[in-house]
Structure formats: C-alpha cells, structure tokens
Write a protein that binds this ligand. Structure first.
Ligand code: GAP
Length: 444
C-alpha cells in the first residue's frame, strides 16, 4: 500500500467536508469528531452495506436497535462496572493522566502480555516517565464508562451509564428474540449504535475516540460449533472488508494472549490494519462462551436457556462476537482509497462506487450560456431523482472541477456541452482511468 501520512488524510477530510474536530469553534472537545456532509454519507453507505450483507441478505441474523441507557444492573452483570478499566498514572507535576501502557509503548517497550504488577514495577524502577520527564504516581484502575443521572430530583436520581459497547443490549434482548421468533440455533443478533468510552488519551484522529459507532453481532450456537463458526465469521468479515476496498494485504491477524483479553473472552483475535501510525486493531472477533447469558440469567433471575426443539434439552448457547468501530473503519476505507497520481498531478479517492458519497457531478461546460445551463440542470435533476447523491458543479474550469471530484471519490463527472444541444449526448469522464466517453442522455 502507498506510504500515506495521517496528516494528508486529516487535511483532506477537513478541507473537503468529511470530518471536523468536535465543537471546533470552542477549541474542540478531545476525543469527539463531527462528520461533515461527505463523511456522513460515506459512513451511511458503509453502515448500509454492513446491514445488507449481514442482516438483510441472511436469514440467520436478526436486527436490533436497543436503548443506549440501560438498567445499571446490566453493567454489574456484564462485569463492566468492575472490569472495564484501564491502567492510568498521573504526572506528579502537571497532574495530567496518562494510560500507563501507552506511555510504555511510546517509550519503545513491548507491552504485549504485561500484567499490572509488571507495569507497576516498571514505574517503581523509574523506567517509565511522563512525556515531560516528571515522576509518575502509582498505577490506578480507571473505569471507562461515562456516568450520568436519570431523574430530575437529585435525591431520587439514579446513576446510569452510557453504554461502552452495544453487545449488552443484544444479550438482554436474547429472550425477547427467542419468544418472538423461535429461531433455530445457530443464529445471530446484529446491532449498529453509538458507544461511549472515557478514553484517557484519545488519539490518532478518529482511531481512538470517546464517542463512536459500533457494528456488532452476537452469534449464538451450541458449544460444539463455536470454532467452525468463529473461522467462518472471520472469512465473512474479511470478504466484506475487501468489498469496501480494503486489501487483505493490509490486514494482520493477532491472536490476543490470555493476559490481554477482555474479562468475558475465551479467545480473541484482533484484525489489525496497517494505519499510518502502525498496525492497529480494526476489528475484534471474540469467543465469549456463555459468559454474558449466564451472568444476566444469574442476576436477573430470568431463564435465558435455549430449548432445543427436537430433543427438548435446555442449555445456554455460547456466543461469537465480531465487533467493529465504524470511525476506525472509515479511516481504513479512506486510506485504502487514497491514491496519488503523479503523472496527472492529482490525488483521488478510488472508493468503490457503492460507497462514494457523490455518485455523479453534473457540469455545464461553461456557466454563462443560458441554454447550456438549462439543459444541464435537466440532466442534473433527472439523475438526482433517479440516484440521489448527485451534485451540481459549475465553479472554475472543467479541469478544476474534475480534480475536486477526484479528491472526494466521485466515480463519474458528466459534462453538458454545445454538442449536447444538437445530439443529446454528454461527456462522461471516469475518475479512475480518466477515460472520457460520449453517451446519450437516455443511456445514463
Ligand atoms: N463488544 C466488544 C468490544 O467492545 P472492543 O475490542 O473493546 O470490543 C470493539 O471494541 C471495536 O470497537 C474495536 O475493534 C474498534 O474497532 C472499536 N473501538 C473500540 N474502542 C474504540 C475507540 N475508543 N474509538 C474508536 N473505536 C473504538
């Protein structure tokens, strides 16, 4: 893959309306990002593609959209109240908090497999320093869940949490799905939704944010089938990434060692992508066993057992979970599409046509001839009504319009010129190979 700098992507995203820093005019709010008109369209196209692939085109996966705010007992049962923590240290002088493992990584230490005790001893030995070279506090465990309060009156207000994963909304609806649809195992439940994490050090653009959107599937099966299904889901997910323009060469599979796995996981692989800041997790695939259903069954007192229709045997299914953060994926999609064409002195996004935020740009050759503009407007309106996501572009000369559209990944530009007035044909110029074809308007 091309050696792309993160700054190039960040700059394109801001300049061309894909992504802006959250609350920018107030100096921003760290770890938050706003999607501009092209960013939101690209993101929706990605979400739609996922939903179509994994929900609409499959009969074994059901869709769900559960509430962000949930009964706090959910997080007690899931183990997030106790276990969803990061190791942090405070710079004793500046009082800034840092993630201890990030400091280590930044200072060239290998963090894989280190436990908290080992981290603490590195701090004790003064091996890790703050970025300002100041001494650090002892290690603390910091819970990443944001808290808020429900209810107007303080004394009766209840502490609730913004969900750090959408998965728990799926587990607590497992019984509802069984009662409504009586599905046969194996089956999955899929959900797209916002998640919130009070990350100590959000960084690397949208890679690590405090608010992000997740694509998650909990796929339930009998215990004997989990390995086969685990492998198949990985294939399905990677095939889908390829359909978004992400090459398999840019992915590396990391088997997460037990000491680094989340508290619920018996096996996790991280699918890493070669981001400009290094190979980092794009999605996770975890075998959660029956941990979540068992925990919720125990705390709620409601049976979550599945009854096999043939044998009438009752058991808790186990679960495999692919989980992707959409903003990370958006970054990987943009990076994979980013092309520098030295010969033609242009940058373009070779986005798959289905993902491109703009499908066609329509232009009159010149913008001072009334009959040309009228004709071009008719073409524009017809295409817009037919496809949506079509833009009108009559600024600057044609060359500049092409460059502008190339940079945001528009697959084709349509130009209405004087010949159009005579024979109803237009020029269709293709983003990737720069070919120009003359087509009848009726054939567009
Ligand atoms: N339910 C499983 C789960 O939450 P995770 O590895 O913590 O597992 C899953 O997160 C995915 O969510 C990650 O692979 C990543 O794509 C995304 N993700 C996690 N934390 C994120 C953050 N702070 N900012 C953006 N994306 C994040």
């Amino acid at each position: 893959m091309l050696d792309i700098k993160l700054e190039d992507i960040v700059s394109l995203c801001k300049r061309r309306g894909f992504l802006y820093q959250g609350s920018e005019i107030y100096g921003g709010l760290s770890g938050t990002w706003d999607l501009g008109p092209l960013g939101v369209q690209l993101k929706r196209n990605i979400l739609q593609s996922w939903w179509q692939t994994f929900v609409e085109k499959r009969s074994d996966i059901y869709g769900l959209d559960s509430a962000i705010l949930m009964n706090p007992q959910v997080w007690q049962a899931s183990g997030h109240l106790e276990g969803f923590v990061d190791p942090i240290v405070k710079d004793q002088v500046t009082k800034i908090d840092y993630r201890a493992d990030h400091l280590l990584e930044d200072q060239g230490f290998e963090v894989e497999g280190l436990n908290l005790k080992e981290l603490q001893s590195l701090i004790d030995d003064n091996q890790i320093k703050s970025p300002d070279s100041n001494p650090l506090s002892r290690l603390n465990q910091f819970n990443l869940m944001f808290q808020t309060r429900i209810g107007a009156q303080d004394e009766r207000a209840q502490t609730v949490y913004l969900r750090p994963e959408t998965a728990q909304g799926i587990f607590v609806n497992f019984k509802n799905l069984i009662d409504s649809f009586q599905p046969d195992l194996p089956f999955g439940i899929a959900q797209i939704g916002k998640a919130f994490r009070n990350e100590i050090s959000p960084r690397d653009f949208v890679f690590r944010s405090r608010e992000f959107e997740m694509l998650e599937i909990e796929y339930f099966c009998p215990p004997s089938q989990w390995q086969t299904i685990f492998d198949q889901i990985k294939i399905d997910l990677n095939d889908w990434l390829v359909s978004l323009g992400i090459s398999l060469d840019s992915l590396t599979e990391l088997e997460v060692p037990e000491s680094e796995r989340a508290h619920y996981s018996q096996r996790t692989i991280d699918m890493q992508f070669a981001f400009p800041f290094g190979e980092k997790e794009l999605y996770g695939l975890a075998y959660r066993g029956d941990y979540d259903l068992r925990q919720h069954q125990d705390l709620s007192g409601k049976s979550l057992e599945y009854i096999d229709k043939k044998t009438q045997s009752k058991f808790l299914p186990v679960c495999i979970e692919p989980s992707i953060g959409v903003e990370r994926l958006l970054l990987a999609v943009l990076q994979s599409a980013y092309k520098v064409d030295e010969e033609n002195k242009r940058v373009y996004l070779a986005l798959p046509a289905g993902l491109a935020p703009i499908k066609y740009a329509v232009s009159p050759l010149v913008n001072n001839k009334a009959d040309l503009i009228t004709k071009a407007l008719t073409v524009f309106k017809n295409l817009q009504a037919k496809y949506g996501c079509v833009v009108w572009d009559d600024h600057g000369n044609i060359g500049k319009r092409y460059r502008r559209q190339d940079e945001v990944g528009t697959p084709a530009c349509i130009v209405i010129d004087f010949q159009t007035l005579e024979d109803d044909t237009v020029t269709v110029r293709s983003r990737d190979d720069l070919q120009q074809k003359r087509l009848k308007i009726s054939a567009l």
